[in-house]
Design a protein around this ligand. Sequence first.
Ligand SMILES: [Zn+2]
Length: 406
Amino acid sequence: MGTIKISVLLFVVLCGVSRAQTPQTNKQIVIAASTILDGKGGVLHNTRIVVEGSKIVRIDPNAAPVNYDLRGLTVLPGWIDSHVHITWSFGPDGKNAGAGGTTPYATYAAAANAWATLLAGFTTVQSVGSPSDLPLRDAIARGALPGPRILSSAEPLLGRGDQTGTPDEIRAFVRKQKEAGADLIKIFAAGSVRRPAMLLSQEQLNAACDEAKKLGLRTLVHAYKDAVRAAVLAGCTEIEHGPLATDDDLKLMVQKGVWLDPQAGLVMENYLLNKDKFSGTPGYPEEVFPAIKEMIPAYHTFFKQALKIPGLKIVFGSDALAGSHGRNAEEFIDRVRDGGADPMGAMVSANSLAAEALGMSNQIGSIAPGLEADIIALDGDPIKDITAVRRVVFVMKGGIVYKNSH
Ligand SMILES: [Zn+2]
C-alpha cells in the first residue's frame, strides 16, 4: 500500500512539474478578424477570437488588447488532411526513398515534411502507412518538434490474396498494430485504377474491419471498383480513392455512414512533376507515367460522380507523399477547379467534416469555444478565389503561433 501511495504522490508531483514547464500559460491571446469561416460552413464578421493556453475560450468582438490583427485576411480553422504519408521522402540521391526510411537522413526529411505541412496550414494529418510515423507523431505531440498533430496507422494491411492470411491471422495483425500504437488501421483491398481487382476476399475484409472496430479503431480502405462495396459491407469506416465504384455502391456508403476520401489531382500531378525522382524506383517503372497522366480525367469524373450522390460524406485527403508535403492545399484547387466542388464545401471537408470522420469534433475542425486553438489565415478569400489556399500567412496550432507573415 505504501508503495502505491508514494507512486501516486510521485505521479502528482511529476505531472505538476511537467505542466509548469510547458510553454502554454493562461495568458489571454486576442485575434482580431474581419472574416472568419467557422469550419462548419458559417461566416463570422468583425469579431475577435480569445485564446487561453491551447484552447479557444470565447468569441468576443470587444476582447482587448489585440495581439494579432488578422483583419483583411480570411481566418479559418487549421486544415485536416485525412490522407498523407508524412515520412515519404526523396533520398540523398534525389530519388524516391519511400515512407519507411530509418536513416538519419530519412528522419530529418520526415521532420522537414511535418514542418512544411504545418506551415501550409495543416494542423492535423492522418498518416496512412508507415511505422516510421510513430516516433514523429510522438515527438510533435510532446512539443519537441514543430508539425501537425499526427494520427497514424503504423503498418498497413497489404492485401495479397490468400497469402494475406486467414481471418484469424488478419485479426492478429490488426491487434499488433493497435499494440504498436496505431490510431487507425489502413487496408489495401485493391490494386489501382488500372488493376482494380480485389486483393482481399470479403471474408478477409470482414475480419480486418470487425477486429479494428472491436478495438475501437477506424479502418481506412484503399479501394477501387468492387472492393468499395466489399469494404462497405465489411463495416469499414472510410474508402480511400474509390474510382470505378458505381452510384449504387456510393448510395450504399450513404446508407451505412461510410466516409469517402477521393482525390482530384495533386497526387498524380506530383508524380508527373517529379517524374525523374520517381522513375525507376520500386513501383514506378518508366512506362507507368503516361498511364498516370491518362488516369487524371478518370479521377475528375469519379469526383464529380461522388458529389452528385446526396448525403455522401466526402472528406479532404491529398495523399501527400514525397514532393507534395507542404503543397497539400493544391488538392483543394483540383477539387474546386477540376472536380466541381463548391469552395465552401471544400473548406468544410478539411475542417468540421474531417474532424467528425476522425471522431475529434469536440477537439478540432471549428472555430468555437472549448476547441483547440488551431487557427490559420489566408491572404485572400478562398470562396471567391480558391487559389487563396496557397497563401497561408498565419498558423496557430494549440495556441502556439508558428507563422505570422502578412
Ligand atoms: Zn496514400
